[in-house]
Design a protein. Structure first.
Length: 293
């Protein structure tokens, strides 16, 4: 099966490229399929490479990096009939975490040589797509804060936590007009509205503990009506998923389609990639992605 490896050398603060060079030695020795390798240099390269791969006749594309790299690849191929895979050599790897993917080279090679394929849900958000999770509220501003500060970005998960606390000091909760599967709601004092296909985001936060990649549904986690002190107390619970038990602040539910808008300008993140808008439509496309697991 003709395979393209799209490698993001900068993922994982450069760790990805170091691991990839070691893995490629194993690949050269044990691969029983033809393959090519392309290294990204700039934002958008992975999307461009994956779109070109379709025209070149590749049957599989393997994302080598983190969730952001995979997000670009997904947006390059969208719902095309091509098999995707992940070598989780980046920082966050939240989708790989949800799939329990191994970092062991022998296990990764076994998956490539004798793959098990699962159909995974895809999520369309306006004209873009994500495969793992998206969020509006403070998490979007946290990612934006990290992207604008290269030194913090190099700190990985620690950098995410530092940015979260710095953003907290300046963040003002928003009001959202939301329609969830046809039901209209007005959400006030919103800190986070997370929309998850998988349970994790932000490098290991279990934002939607019951989320499934294959149920055809989007999991929502709405966090409202906190003071900054209450948010600081709630924040550590998200790593275990116990935040969803704080019903005075957190509401969870499942949906197929969500639309929302706000008088304020919205910053949202999709698999760690930033978008900005005032009106958003989110819809699940069941089983749209073929993924090696």
């Amino acid at each position: 099966m003709n395979t393209l490896f799209i490698v993001n050398p900068a993922a994982g603060r450069g760790k990805c490229f170091r691991i990839w060079t070691r893995f490629e030695e194993v690949l050269q020795e044990k691969a029983n399929f033809p393959y090519a390798v392309r290294l990204t240099r700039n934002k958008g390269d992975a999307k461009k490479f994956s779109a070109t791969a379709l025209q070149e006749g590749f049957e599989r594309i393997i994302s080598v990096g983190g969730d952001g790299t995979l997000n670009e690849i997904v947006n390059g191929v969208v719902t095309a009939k091509i098999i995707l895979g992940i070598l989780p050599f980046g920082t966050g790897n939240d989708l790989a975490h949800a799939l329990n993917l191994s970092l062991d080279f022998s296990q990764l090679m076994k998956a490539l040589v004798s793959p098990t394929i699962r159909n995974i849900d895809l999520v369309k958000i306006n004209q873009d797509y994500f495969i793992n999770a998206s969020g509006i509220g403070i998490d979007g501003y946290v990612v934006k804060h990290i992207d604008s500060r290269p030194m913090i970005k190099k700190l990985g998960k620690i950098g995410y936590m530092l940015s979260a606390f710095q953003t907290l000091m300046q963040y003002h909760p928003v009001q959202l007009n939301v329609t969830i599967d046809g039901e209209n709601r007005v959400l006030s004092n919103v800190w986070i509205l997370a929309m998850a296909n998988g349970p994790y985001f932000g490098g290991g936060m279990k934002i939607c503990p019951d989320a499934s990649l294959t149920d055809g549904l989007l999991d929502l986690c709405m966090v409202q009506n906190l003071t900054k002190l209450s948010f600081l107390k709630l924040f550590p619970l998200v790593y275990s998923g116990r935040h969803v038990q704080q019903h005075q602040y957190v509401t969870t539910l499942k949906a197929k389609k969500v639309t929302f808008d706000s008088p304020a300008h919205l910053v949202l993140q999709m698999d760690g990639e930033i978008k900005e808008s005032t009106s958003v439509t989110v819809e699940v496309i069941p089983g749209a992605i073929q993924l090696i697991t």
